[in-house]
Write a protein that binds this ligand. Structure first.
Ligand code: BGP
Length: 477
């Protein structure tokens, strides 16, 4: 098939992403405490976080593969409960040692670590006490963050929280994430706001401690388009956009919510009998932190097409990969619909690279003081069989085409002047997917979850080929 991207820009960060809970396994090793997923998955009895990709033990093998396939960076997250098994208690030296060794290995393999503090994995005690809805948990997060900033001086690139919107919506709208609540809109919006406050406080702490390096937040941005250009559908798109994108972007990058953002969000709140509160002093903190963001992570997988909707809310989640089984209807906000000509994955995610381009341009337009951007996650899931032969390379042409289209759009946006410094594919190796288990595979490397053998996919070779263009390469195009 024809490839669009031929060359990467010089000094481009070319990496792959992981998240602690999705790869590590070893959920009871070395004195680790319980996080909310340990408890929820044990109760749910459907998916197990063990063995995941056994990365806690096999990280060297995966880092070596990454290095051999042209990568120069990796996204990792620290598991909070490995550092503080008791959220208010003492530091666990074994957890600390593990991450020092992991970061050191990254450097040995020439992979720059980009490290998140929180990737969906709140400690269980934090969940019991209201997770991000409780301000006490923000203070606990800052204690943990401050410890990491001081301890892990070998890390230069930090992110605070991964995808507040996905966490809040999974917890309080769709109910796929613990505590599994359904369309509790007040909670969802409040949790988002509180995570932005937590992010801002962590940024201020980072600077107060004179930590070297850069810090930022990661948002999952989902462009939303009216299915047809009627005024009703345009309004539906604007409301969903305010809930999903604009509120979070304003809060992070401006440090306040623009009037129009709040007006649109208020429409969402009003129809859903919902409210949220900004505590005194929070906006000052957010405003102080906004210009101190050293970089910004954007995760992009899909766009949505929407039409107006006034019925009851409903979220049918496709966790199995049975195409066409999902539905999302948000009362007074809108209903997701499919657009003719736009292909979807088996999990019903629209494949729409143009959305990435549009969003990258919009970021530059709406947030002129935007720091350096990384595309911190992008990729597509496939169901894949484990090869019969040891050295067989899995044919994932569908994935290569997806990645090629998206990297191409990213480079086009960069050409328009965007300071877009890197790309991280989701994911490095096949991993445990929170609400989908193990058959939703994203990796450049296939993992046989029975014996933990790794197999290459063609996409890893494609990645390598482009990675090689970085050496002494000139500007793309
Ligand atoms: C992002 C998360 C990742 C990862 C990815 C794929 O939202 O940051 O942790 O899971 O999406 O999502 P899923 O595994 O649900 O398909």
């Amino acid at each position: 098939m024809k490839r669009r991207v031929k060359k990467l820009p010089q000094n481009f960060v070319w990496g792959a992403a992981t998240a602690a809970y999705q790869v590590e396994g070893a959920t009871k090793a070395d004195g680790k405490g319980e996080n909310m997923w340990d408890v929820y998955l044990a109760k749910q009895q459907k998916f197990s976080p063990e063995p995941a990709s056994d990365f806690y033990v096999r990280y060297r093998e995966d880092l070596k593969l990454a290095k051999e396939h042209g990568l120069n960076a990796i996204r990792l997250s620290i598991s909070w409960v490995r550092i503080f098994p008791d959220i208010d208690g003492k530091v666990n030296p074994l957890g600390v040692k593990h991450y020092h060794e992991l970061f050191q290995a990254c450097h040995e393999y020439g992979l720059e670590p980009y490290v998140s503090l929180h990737h969906f994995d709140s400690p269980q005690q934090m969940l019991v006490e209201g997770d991000w809805l409780n301000h006490k948990n923000i203070d606990r997060f800052i204690r943990y963050a401050a410890f990491c900033f001081q301890e892990f001086a070998e890390v230069d690139n930090w992110f605070t929280i991964n995808e507040p919107i996905s966490l809040a919506s999974g917890q309080y709208l769709g109910g796929q994430f613990p505590p599994n609540l359904y369309f509790q809109v007040s909670k969802a919006v409040q949790a988002n706001h509180n995570m932005l406050v937590a992010h801002a406080k962590a940024v201020l702490k980072f600077h107060e401690l004179k930590t070297t390096g850069k810090i930022g937040c990661i948002h999952a941005l989902k462009p939303v388009y009216p299915i047809t250009e009627t005024s009703e559908n345009i309004a539906a798109a604007a409301r969903y956009d305010a809930y999903n994108n604009r509120f979070l972007l304003d809060g992070t990058l401006l440090g306040y919510y623009r009037d129009e953002t709040l007006e649109l969000l208020q429409q969402v709140l009003t129809t859903n009998d919902a409210t949220f509160t900004i505590e005194p002093g929070e906006l000052e903190i957010m405003q102080k932190a906004a210009p101190l963001n050293g970089h910004f992570g954007m995760n992009y997988y899909r766009s949505e097409f929407i039409q107006e909707y006034h019925g009851e809310s409903e979220d049918q989640f496709n966790s199995t990969g049975d195409k066409g089984t999902s539905a999302f209807k948000f009362k007074g906000v809108g209903e997701f619909v499919k657009k003719a000509g736009v292909k979807t994955t088996d999990w019903d995610w629209n494949i729409y690279p143009q959305g990435l381009y549009d969003m990258l341009l919009r970021l530059q337009h709406d947030y002129p003081k935007l720091p350096t951007i990384y595309l911190t996650e992008n990729g597509t899931a496939l169901k894949e069989e484990t090869p019969k032969q040891e050295f067989e390379v899995i044919n994932d042409e569908f994935r290569i085409d997806y990645l090629d289209q998206h990297v191409d759009k990213l480079l086009q946006a960069r050409k328009q002047g965007g300071d877009i410094a890197g790309y991280f594919v989701w994911s490095l190796q096949d991993q445990f997917s929170w609400a989908n288990g193990y058959n939703k595979r994203y990796g450049l490397f296939h993992v046989d979850f029975n014996d933990q053998k790794r197999y290459r996919k063609q996409s890893a070779l494609w990645f390598k080929e482009l990675g090689q263009t970085l050496k002494g390469g000139t500007e793309n195009e």
